[in-house]
Design a protein around this ligand. Structure first.
Ligand SMILES: Cc1cc2nc3c(=O)[nH]c(=O)nc-3n(C[C@H](O)[C@H](O)[C@H](O)COP(=O)(O)OP(=O)(O)OC[C@H]3O[C@@H](n4cnc5c(N)ncnc54)[C@H](O)[C@@H]3O)c2cc1C
Length: 387
């Protein structure tokens, strides 16, 4: 049977970011990933490294997200150094654009409240139409204004996924791909066996690891229950459109429209509660396209070259879940709906916790490199759903 300190189950951006962080800490890591039919949010996302609006109802999430966004620059530089691949990370700010004064005001009020919760440390500006037009000359006359958040940015997310997969191989992770993990069983400790877990795949692979990190996206539902996790996640569909390559005319991304480094305009993403259905639909495509043209009228002349739908992995309150199993100590469950944004935190802070000897000291857990005071990591435990 093969051996490693950590088995990471799931080779999307969450699993690979964690694996990368553990490898950087000198741990031996095996990564299990399913076959080509698997649902993969990591291949269908919008590529934002996004702070704006995150954690309006949970300041811990705002702090965690901002810490990750701040760590992204170094994270991207490290990945580029290891792989030679430029991820095209830009963190020059980003917008939420509004077509009505009312929705702009409502959003601004929410962000002012969050700013108060965070002691005033939350750098955003409210831009009216004219102020936005100075920043984005191609903005259309129907736009009322925008919130500009200075910590927002974006990255080439497919290159990011490819780079992570390359770098964990360079760092000698063992990759077991092509067949799903079918069981993760705790192994009883004895004189000859130091406990841990036996991970089995449908392809007949059997692997022993001291610790297991379950981050298999929607696939975590079946595997997690046997380890004592409740795994309260659901699929939420998002549809995205891409235009032909165009000359550069959008300076900063918004949460609905961005110009990627290759020149195409990405338009998205819907949020649909339709269960595990990743088909595209004409009505949503039309709605996204109309909204994009309202914001940037030049897009009326652009040809769409591709569209797709992908499934987000959503917890009931939308915040990440970081859970250590009480039933099977050494097993962890990790999920979030902003795996690009949080990748830098997952590779650094989260791996501090995963590799600590006391992962149950949640509330007192202190991350050596965390900038924010009064941070309660327990806010991300599954226990918050017990009622
Ligand atoms: C339309 C859309 C737009 C988005 N935009 C953004 C954005 O702008 N910014 C941002 O931060 N986030 C965004 N997200 C969210 C982001 O894509 C996800 O948070 C992230 O991809 C989740 O990664 P993951 O590794 O948890 O899941 P996945 O990418 O789904 O990966 C799970 C992996 O687990 C594997 N797996 C499943 N079951 C098993 C099994 N039994 N055995 C072995 N392997 C298994 C699968 O093969 C898969 O590779 C978006 C998501 C969508 C859908």
């Amino acid at each position: 049977m093969s051996e490693s300190e950590f088995a990471v189950v799931g080779g999307g951006v969450v699993g690979l970011s964690i694996a990368y962080g553990l490898l950087c800490k000198g741990k031996s890591v095996s990564i299990f990933d399913e076959n080509d039919n698997a649902l993969r949010a990591s291949r269908g996302n919008f590529g934002l490294v996004w702070v704006q609006g995150k954690g309006a109802k949970l300041p811990e999430y705002a702090k965690w997200t901002r810490q990750s966004a701040r760590a992204w620059k170094l994270f991207a530089e490290d990945l580029t150094q290891e792989s030679g691949i430029d991820l095209h990370l830009q963190q020059r700010g980003g917008y939420s654009i509004y077509l009505s004064e009312q929705s702009l005001t409502t959003r601004a009020e929410r962000l002012y409240k969050l700013k108060d919760h965070l002691g005033g440390d939350y750098p955003f500006e409210v831009l009216d139409h004219n102020a936005l037009k100075k920043e984005e000359p191609q903005i259309g006359p129907k736009v009322a204004g925008a919130i500009l958040h200075h910590e927002d940015g974006h990255v080439n997310s497919l290159l990011f996924l490819r780079t992570l997969a390359q770098v964990v191989r360079i760092k000698k992770a063992r990759m077991i791909t092509g067949s799903p993990v079918t069981s993760i069983e705790p192994v009883a400790e004895s004189q000859s066996v130091p406990g841990g877990f036996c991970v089995q795949t449908s392809g007949g692979e059997m692997h022993h690891a001291q610790k297991v990190v379950l981050c298999a996206g929607l696939g975590s539902r079946t595997l997690g229950k046997s380890l004592g996790f409740s795994v309260p996640i659901r699929a939420q569909r998002g549809q995205v459109l891409v235009t032909e390559k165009m000359p550069s005319f959008i300076n900063r991304p918004s949460d609905e429209i961005r110009q990627v480094d290759e020149g195409g305009i990405q338009i998205g993403a819907s949020a649909e509660e339709v269960g595990p259905d990743d088909r595209e639909t004409l009505d949503i495509t039309a709605r996204l396209a109309k909204n994009a043209i309202d914001q940037y009228p030049a897009l009326a002349q652009a040809s769409l070259v591709r569209s797709w739908a992908a499934l987000r992995i959503m917890s009931p309150d939308g915040f990440p879940i970081y859970q250590h199993s009480q039933q099977s100590p050494g097993a962890f469950f990790v999920t979030c709906h902003s795996g690009i944004t949080l990748a830098a935190a997952h590779a650094s802070l989260l791996t501090d916790w995963l590799s600590s000897d006391n992962p149950d000291t949640y509330s007192d857990f202190r991350f050596p490199s965390f900038n924010f005071a009064e941070f309660n990591f327990k806010a991300f435990s599954e226990d918050r759903f017990d009622a």
